[in-house]
Design a protein around this ligand. Structure first.
Ligand code: EPZ
Length: 417
């Protein structure tokens, strides 16, 4: 099995080029099911979730492949409604986007339940309720999900009961080519939702956002274009945590500073020096002071930064606490940090952390962001750490070992036997 070996204690100095956003690239890739002709998507990260998404489309008869370093070519003109690579559907949450795209194109979809990082329940009730509001019938037995519409779907006014990135994306996919105007209220505002909307509009869709309301004026057809995916805001924020832990100065290239606004203010309160210039951000950190945060939908503190921020608090004066309001059980990283001597305790959806001297240990990644948290903690710990289940980490961080090594981290990937 592959593992990551880290020897902690080195300051970080240098430049990191931020990759394209996994959580944008995935809905954009699946949305090509709605599009005629060639779609050329640039700035797509080479991570396992993307390869799996391309393989799912290929298994349906699409051309779906990397045609350049980070550019994919997708053409779904000849696909049918059978997903042969069913085994891949349940490996990732992004497979849920097949529901909206296939319902729109074929009027039906039958597939295994989508997967997702294993930090508790990942329901799809909001998605199904939205499809039903458009006239579809949904059947889900926990293993498989089947959705069909005996007659054409009909536009409607939909209000999502809860802010949900995935459900927002699926309502956009289901209504982009739906005759009439569909109004979706209580939508997520994450940049990856707007990235998808921008791609679909580039292909001829008529989708507009007004705050948390998205209005889709259905069009007859969408035609393939070239598009470039936003940079990954969570990747950028992860490396800012790394500098806070290891001290030093790094330049992040190819970022969108406004997407990082809220967490950046938190970091500055903690003692980071962060300056943005165009699509670059310089980050300096020496003595860092802890603070308390609550996770919430964009533009507030992202749940996908929670585990990495917990690692940072272990190395921050006074420590702090994190209240997790999106996924109240994403705490599997806590026991792993404890193996390193972290002073961390959980009470319901809160985690309380005191500054401590961590020492290297043998650790197991349990999900994508928990895995990133362990890499960060190992970079600040004394001695050597080995991190197993690297598959969780490489599913969402392109070239993480190379990028950290390039800025002075003592880190290497040991290939499995
Ligand atoms: C997306 O997951 C991301 N995944 C997650 O990133 C991210 O943590 C999450 O959005 C929130 O930002 C991808 O983009 C592939 P939600 P998603 O629907 O769409 C509840 C990562 O690390 N809910 O916004 O599944 C849900 O349980 C991953 O990159 C329902 O109750 O998240 C949660 O409490 C991890 N019913 C809340 O809504 C539903 O039908 C928000 O979930 C759907 C969601």
């Amino acid at each position: 099995m592959e593992k990551i070996i880290v020897n902690g204690g080195n300051r970080l100095n240098g430049e990191i080029c931020i990759s394209g956003m996994k959580n944008s690239a995935l809905p954009i890739i699946f949305s090509c099911i709605l599009v005629k002709g060639d779609c050329i998507i640039n700035n797509v990260p080479k991570v396992s979730d993307v390869f799996n998404a391309l393989e799912i489309l290929s298994s349906m008869g699409a051309v779906a492949e990397f045609c350049g370093k980070n550019t994919v070519l997708i053409n779904t003109d000849r696909i049918d409604d059978t997903i042969s690579a069913k085994h891949l559907v349940s490996t990732m949450r992004a497979s849920s986007y097949l529901m909206g795209a296939m319902l729109s194109r074929f009027g039906k979809v039958k597939m295994p339940m989508p997967g997702g990082c294993n930090f508790g329940a990942r329901p799809i009730d909001l998605h199904l309720k939205g499809f039903e509001a458009l006239g579809a019938k949904c059947f889900c037995d926990g293993e498989n999900v089947e959705i069909f519409s005996s007659k054409k779907l009909k536009c409607n006014k939909i209000t999502l009961d809860k802010i949900s990135v995935g459900a927002t994306i699926n309502m956009v996919l289901a209504s982009a080519c739906l005759n009439g105007t569909t109004v979706i209220s209580n939508c997520a505002k994450e940049p990856h939702v707007d990235d998808l909307i921008a791609f679909l509009n580039c292909c001829g869709a008529k989708i507009a956002r007004n705050g948390t309301t998205v209005v889709c004026q259905g069009v007859k057809a969408l035609y393939g274009k070239e598009y470039t995916v936003f940079p990954d805001m969570i990747e950028a924020l992860t490396y800012i945590c790394a500098v806070g832990i290891c001290k030093g100065e790094i330049l992040l290239k190819r970022v969108v500073p406004y997407q990082l606004s809220y967490p950046t203010e938190v970091f500055k309160e903690m003692g980071f020096e962060i300056t943005a210039c165009g699509d670059t951000v310089t980050v300096r950190a020496d003595e860092i002071f802890g603070c308390d945060v609550v996770t919430a939908p964009y533009p507030l503190f992202p749940t996908d930064l929670h585990p990495q921020f917990a690692a940072l608090l272990c190395f921050s004066r006074g420590g702090g606490c994190i209240r997790e309001e999106i996924f109240p059980t994403r705490f599997a990283y806590v026991n792993e940090l404890r193996k390193m001597g972290a002073s961390i305790s959980r009470l319901r959806n809160m985690v309380y952390i005191k500054e401590a001297q961590l020492t290297g240990a043998s650790l197991d990644a349990t999900d994508l962001r928990a895995g990133a948290s362990l890499v960060l903690a190992a970079l600040g710990a004394a001695g050597e750490s080995e991190i197993n289940n690297v598959n969780y980490i490489v599913r969402g961080y392109e070239s993480i070992v190379e990028k950290i090594a390039d800025i002075g981290g003592k880190i290497k990937l040991i290939k499995g036997d």
